[in-house]
Design a protein around this ligand. Structure first.
Ligand code: G3P
Length: 222
């Protein structure tokens, strides 16, 4: 996935589930094409296949399990994601936290299977600890700002700067994203100015009346 990038996390928003997820993915793809900027989406595992039938932008899973093949009822495997058309997965999102060992295992599985790994962290210190795993991306998101109207860029700009610094000290190849409450072009300009390689966001797009128009507005800041 090219950077700078905006990754839209569909979560379980009704506007981003089932048939709605396909419509939203198409709107975001149009915004990506019109602006010439990089956009990816992370979606529920059950929607990956149908979305991939309709768009070419990168589609990620919201979750992957460190499960093998065979007797692992209910788990989301790398093979299932690849067969569905996913290019990678979020790992350890604040709403779906995993123990360190699990994160290590799934980052390894992603590497072995050519899937992009986007590991989330709640602060700069956690991001530093996770950087030793060398995922493709680390996304820092203060949990208390997620889903709200106050952005990480305005409330906690230092967390972006510190995460970029600490992560790149461990491995300069890792791309750093930030997110939580991001709703404006200015939020994105600030984040990139502080060294972020992109943004992970959800409600700013999933709850927008005109998601394509809103995405075009946000992409101006990229
Ligand atoms: O995964 C993105 C996310 O947790 C941020 O959500 O709604 O604050 O943009 P939101």
């Amino acid at each position: 996935m090219d950077t700078p990038i905006i990754i839209v996390n569909f979560k379980t928003y009704e506007q981003a589930t089932g048939k709605n997820s396909v419509w939203l993915a198409k709107e975001l793809e149009k915004a990506s094409i019109e602006s010439g900027k990089s956009v990816a989406i992370s979606v529920q595992a059950t929607d990956i296949y149908r979305i991939k039938e309709s768009v070419k932008i990168p589609v990620l899973a919201e979750h992957i399990d460190p499960a093998g093949l065979g007797g692992y009822t209910g788990k989301v495997t790398a093979l299932a994601l690849i067969e569905s058309g996913a290019e990678g997965s979020l790992i350890n999102h604040s709403e779906d936290r995993s123990p360190f060992q699990v994160i290590q295992d799934v980052v390894g599985i992603c590497k072995d299977n050519n899937l992009s790994s986007i590991v989330c962290a709640k602060d700069a210190e956690e991001a530093k600890k996770l950087a030793v795993l060398s995922p493709d991306f680390i996304a820092v998101e203060p949990p208390e700002l997620i889903g709200g109207d106050v952005s990480v860029s305005s409330a906690k700009p230092e967390i972006i700067h510190n995460t970029v610094k600490l992560v790149k000290e461990v491995n300069p190849e890792i791309k750093v994203l930030c997110g939580a409450g991001v709703k404006t072009k200015e939020d994105i300009v600030v984040a990139l100015h502080l060294g972020a390689d992109g943004i992970l966001l959800a409600s700013g797009i999933t709850k927008a009346e005109d998601p394509k128009g809103k995405m075009l507005e946000l992409l101006e800041g990229l």
